[in-house]
Design a protein around this ligand. Structure first.
Ligand SMILES: Nc1ncnc2c1ncn2[C@@H]1O[C@H](COP(=O)(O)OP(=O)(O)O)[C@@H](O)[C@H]1O
Ligand code: SF4
Ligand SMILES: [Mg+2]
Length: 341
């Protein structure tokens, strides 16, 4: 992104905890990031790292109780989303902020036609007449690569392929010309060729519509081919943040290094290979006060078991939450073994 590109979304110190009968679960811990106009920001991390809870917290979609969302502000178009009343937030969602949810099987209503499901938000948010909304719906379907859009309007979800249903979800999310699109693992269940087509479509839409995208995925290969910048999540925290090229060329956090280990070097290689990493993401019953990766980290040393690292700058727009990147601790660190390849 060119220098000086404005932020469209600014998230500061966001925290989400679930208070349940079984105890507290700290799913999002002090997360801060920005999304710039027209950029694609990848959010990557293995299952259970807090990606979906983060997205739902931003959009006010978590039931409270059990969820408690705090911190902030979450600034969008000059307003703090955490402090908007529910009605204003509802109109923001599906309006200025489009959302493609993770669970695409339940995301479309099986008893309503595809056309109706696109037309509804257009009528609701933009006040279009039925005829205007149908025309716009057909236009949107064509825009997301659905051939023969006019005829498809009257199909039901079960009559079309998974690929097409996914494209309809994009059409719905884009219906009201949003500034920001949040997409939670939208292509995870699709085959590799279709995935690649949808990623190309996304690049095209961001260019033609100038939309900014938060693209959530478990697959580092996806962010490699799609994102401009990336945040890596572990234990509900941002453990590394970097421009995509810097992340792949010089990952600094041991978790990122493990996550990227099985991804081919070529930036746009289309083969989907998920990193296989030993161990489980942590379940946090209290806010993290030591490094949450310490039990799986090959470099852990004494301080990692006593304190939680902050995000240390390591390069231009690049930071890592690891004591190995803390210049102040350099003399105390054990010498790292350098392994080739
Ligand atoms: N309703 C809930 N009650 C308690 N814990 C939850 C709830 N929803 C999510 N979590 C916890 O939050 C953590 C992050 O979940 P999630 O954001 O879905 O991960 P991801 O999307 O990265 O796979 C997990 O440890 C999960 O168990
Ligand atoms: S802070 Fe310590 S345990 Fe955590 S990732 Fe860095 S070296 Fe590993
Ligand atoms: Mg998820």
């Amino acid at each position: 992104m060119p220098e000086g590109t404005p932020n469209v979304l600014e998230v500061r110190n966001l925290r989400t905890v679930f208070r349940t009968r079984a105890g507290s679960f700290h799913a999002v811990n002090d997360v801060s990031f920005t999304l710039k106009a027209g950029e694609i920001l990848g959010v990557v991390g293995e299952s259970g790292s807090g990606k979906s809870v983060l997205a739902m917290s931003l959009l006010g979609l978590l039931p409270s109780p059990p969820a408690e969302v705090s911190g902030g502000p979450v600034l969008f178009e000059g307003q703090d989303l955490l402090r908007l009343d529910p009605e204003a937030l509802r109109s923001m969602r599906g309006g200025r902020i489009g959302f493609v949810v993770q669970d695409r099987m339940t995301a479309l209503n099986p008893v309503l036609t595809l056309g109706f499901q696109i037309v509804e938000p257009l009528r609701l948010h933009l006040g279009l007449t039925r005829r205007q909304a149908r025309a716009r719906a057909a236009e949107l379907m064509a825009q997301v690569g659905i051939p023969d859009a006019h005829r498809r309007l009257d199909d039901y979800p079960h009559q079309v392929s998974g690929d097409l249903r996914q494209r309809v979800l994009f059409a719905i999310a884009l219906a009201c010309d949003p500034t920001v699109l949040i997409a939670d693992e939208p292509t995870a269940a699709l085959d590799v060729t279709i995935q690649a087509e949808i990623h190309d479509l996304m690049q095209e839409l961001r260019q033609t519509l100038g939309i900014a995208v938060l693209w959530i995925t478990q697959d580092p290969g996806v962010v490699a081919g799609l994102a401009d910048r990336v945040i890596v999540m572990h234990g509900g925290q941002v453990v590394e943040h970097a421009p995509v090229d810097a992340l792949f060329a010089d990952p600094r956090h041991p978790y990122t290094q493990a996550l990227l280990a099985s991804v081919p070097k070529a930036r746009v290689e289309r083969v989907r290979r998920l990193a296989v990493m030993e161990g489980q993401p942590p379940v946090l019953r209290t806010p993290p006060d030591v490094c949450t990766f310490r039990d799986r980290c090959p470099h852990a040393y004494d301080v990692c078991h006593r304190l939680n690292p902050q995000r240390y700058p390591v390069g231009e727009g690049h930071d890592a939450a690891c004591f190995l990147s803390d210049p102040g601790l350099a003399p105390q660190r054990p010498q790292l073994e350098v392994v080739d390849g």
